[in-house]
Design a protein around this ligand. Structure first.
Ligand SMILES: [Mg+2]
Length: 416
């Protein structure tokens, strides 16, 4: 079997996503997606990776990873290049599964569980979609169904009850974001664009006032009042805070017994993370911002996190993420798989989480699973009582809808 064609598919309605397909001379096609700066990733795939892969055996997965990574490391190229490598790796695992007739979790060594617990990340359908190439919050005009971001800001107790009625027992929200860049600006939260706000004059996050802190705690008060301890609560920090502010937030959150505090700070300083972790009783999670074993190792060695978050198509693909899961296990750390970054990435995370002994959660966004992803792929993961079931189809378990390549404004590029 030989790789005959690499294809990238960009849809303007999903400005952060790039779909990647690896075609073979057998007719089998492996799919993946990658998130953020899609043109840069397409440039890497067609300009660099394709010449290294065309004509080669797609099942030499480990070898391809190493060959591509050696050059990436040699050129200090991590971002777009590593996202491209990660997506290609997922495509190759998809082909492997189709060749063998088995789901990827089986090929990784089999199932440690038949389902993985999930939590609802409370973003709406346009979360992550609003700004080209960026992370718009999608809060400018939240009028559709499953607008969970607006819900956690405006009626958090009601949202928690709704999720509980669907079987969810965990939810993640990020009310602190709205005071990171605009101290005192809570009431303007619908216009929040984070770092993509063209009117932003100074980056915040270096302090949080008592008033802002108190206001941002209100959703947690209302959730606990509505559902008691029936709901696990995760806090997303998006890496916006400095250490003193993160400590204030963490200590104030202790009374709500969160499952974890996620990325209150960027994970680029393990010593600051250690200080945060030692300064609070809340579990600290880090970080989807890290990539490859070589970045997770210092985090683990420094004991800078209680729980390790991994994004399969940011951190190095399925090949690398299985190793990161194993490495975390040796440090007695559980792993949680990241989503928000595309339907194939969600599936990749589920396969890893079904296989990894130390996986505790697979992130998911109900708005994406019910509104966005069904517009893109044939199959969706099965959600049952707050758990995602092990996929049963060969390979990744879903494929790109046939009409996606014909939609208005689509940009299809291929190398053969
Ligand atoms: Mg996160």
């Amino acid at each position: 079997m030989k790789i005959t064609r690499l294809e990238t598919i960009y849809l303007p309605e999903y400005p952060s996503f790039l779909f990647v397909a690896v075609h073979t001379d057998t007719g089998l096609v492996g799919y993946a997606d990658t998130c953020y700066m899609p043109e840069a990733v397409a440039g890497y795939i067609h300009g660099f990776a394709a010449p290294m892969l065309l004509g080669h055996d797609p099942l030499a997965i480990e070898l391809h990873w190493r060959r591509l990574y050696e050059v990436i490391a040699h050129t200090v190229g991590k971002g777009a290049e590593l996202r491209g490598l990660s997506a290609i790796d997922v495509c190759l695992w998809d082909i492997f599964g189709q060749v063998t007739g088995m789901p990827i979790w089986q090929l990784l060594g089999g199932a440690c569980r038949d389902r993985i617990r999930t939590y609802n990340t409370c973003g709406g359908p346009s979360y992550g979609k609003a700004a080209k190439g960026g992370t718009g919050y999608g809060t400018e005009n939240p009028t559709g169904k499953y607008e969970d971001l607006a819900a956690f800001m405006e009626r958090p107790g009601e949202l928690a009850l709704d999720l509980l009625s669907e079987g969810y027992t965990a939810m993640k929200l990020w009310p602190f974001d709205y005071v990171a860049h605009y101290p005192g600006g809570w009431d303007n939260w619908r216009n929040f664009r984070g770092m993509f706000d063209p009117n932003l004059r100074s980056l915040g996050g270096h302090d949080i006032t008592a008033a802002d802190l108190n206001r941002a705690l209100e959703p947690f008060r209302q959730i606990r009042k509505a559902v008691g301890d029936k709901m696990e609560i995760m806090v997303e920090g998006h890496g916006l805070w400095s250490l003193p502010a993160a400590l204030k937030i963490a200590r104030a959150m202790e009374e709500f017994r969160p499952a974890w505090l996620e990325d209150l700070m960027r994970a680029d300083d393990v010593h600051a993370l250690v200080e945060l972790r030692r300064g609070t009783t809340c579990p600290i999670l880090a970080s989807e911002y890290l990539a490859t074993r070589y970045e997770y190792r210092p985090l683990l060695e420094a004991q800078a996190a209680d729980i390790v978050m991994i994004d399969p198509t940011w951190a190095g693909g399925i090949t690398e993420c299985k190793k990161i899961c194993s490495m975390a296990e040796t440090y007695k750390r559980p792993v949680a798989m990241h989503d928000c970054t595309g339907p194939f990435t969600l599936y990749a995370g589920i396969h890893l989480a079904i296989n990894a002994p130390n996986a505790i959660y697979q992130e998911s966004v109900r708005a994406y699973m019910r509104v966005n992803y069904p517009e893109l792929v044939t199959d969706m993961p099965v959600l049952e009582k707050g758990h995602l079931l092990a996929p049963t189809k060969p390979g990744i378990g879903t494929t790109l809808l046939p009409d996606v390549r014909k939609r208005a404004g689509v940009v299809v590029r291929e190398s053969r």
